[in-house]
Write a protein that binds this ligand. Sequence first.
Ligand code: SF4
Length: 380
Amino acid sequence: MFSKLPISSKTEKILTKSLDEAITVEEANHLMNIKGTDLYPLLATADYLRHEIAGDDVTFINNCNINFTNICTVRCGFCAFGKDAGDPEAYILNDEQILTKAQGAVEKGAHEFCLMGGVLPDADIEYYEHLLRLLKGEYPNVMIHGFSPTMINDACTVSGIDIAEGCERLCDAGLDTLPGTAAEILTDRSREIICPEKVNVQEWIDIVKIAHEVGIPGSATIMYGHVETLKERVEHIDIIRRLQEETHGFTEFIPMTFMHEYSPIFLEGQSNLGASGIEDLKLYAVSRLMLRDLIPNIQVSWVKMGFRFAHVALTAGTNDLGGTLGGDELSEASGAPDGVEASIETLEGMVRDLGRNPVERNSKYTEFYPINKGIEMPTL
Ligand code: SF4
């Protein structure tokens, strides 16, 4: 396949092997470090595997983020969104405000509410059950993608129950899927720098495993480009794939590039500027070669990368464009380059311009709704 291309023999050997089986950690580390003319064969291989495994549909979801509070006890070093309880900009949405936001999203055809926010002091499991029942009571057919392993861990501690009981209660109250947030980078060395108050690697694995076992599937993320090494990126993806081999509970994998501009760790000189565009593309491609059909859906986060680069990233092994979002205050606080809301028309145009098929989906990738508004070119 690569005989006419100027490519190193080691890279060629790994890419050829990847056409039939998942690559090893050592092989992934080699690919994360390639430069020059080895890059495009890697991207082409990842895109070929995407075509073979996920086909030519590019999915996305009509959804709405409901950021119910920005008060947060955790205060991660990379986050420009969380506030202390007494901060003049701190807020907690009341029931009426949450339902008003939800109603606006439903009127635009939302299939998902993404319930995200800070980790409130003293929030117990009843508080999160209340939010779920509030929304499910009014909108039983809209899926709820919400909370994080850190929130669940804290709420179970406050309520004096174990994680399994907490997850079962959230599932009964209507939690459909768990976002992959709080994964950040799954190595304790980096977590000590960027989010020392969050659950550690083993706690994150244990909580996600229990959530999957009680019937709450969810996404897996990686947030990279801050203080971690290239090897730690591979280590993270390998943890995700080993967990998926056990639970099969991950619906998608979402690489999220670090947005440095307003991040406290960057402003204090403790982090990098973020990943380069080439590093972003390598991460998508290597993820595809490591995860293959074990996690067939790999998502491009347009809100982190901007529409133009997200468009390019769809050619590096990815098959999902995330959601329309209807706002995302966490990304907005970090300086989202193209805003925090996408129209269906913009996403359709991006997909059609690649010669692929735009398809709306639900949170669990179990229902699909092809889009045909006739938009061939995006206005980006
Ligand atoms: S990333 Fe989440 S947990 Fe961390 S400070 Fe921000 S809101 Fe809090």
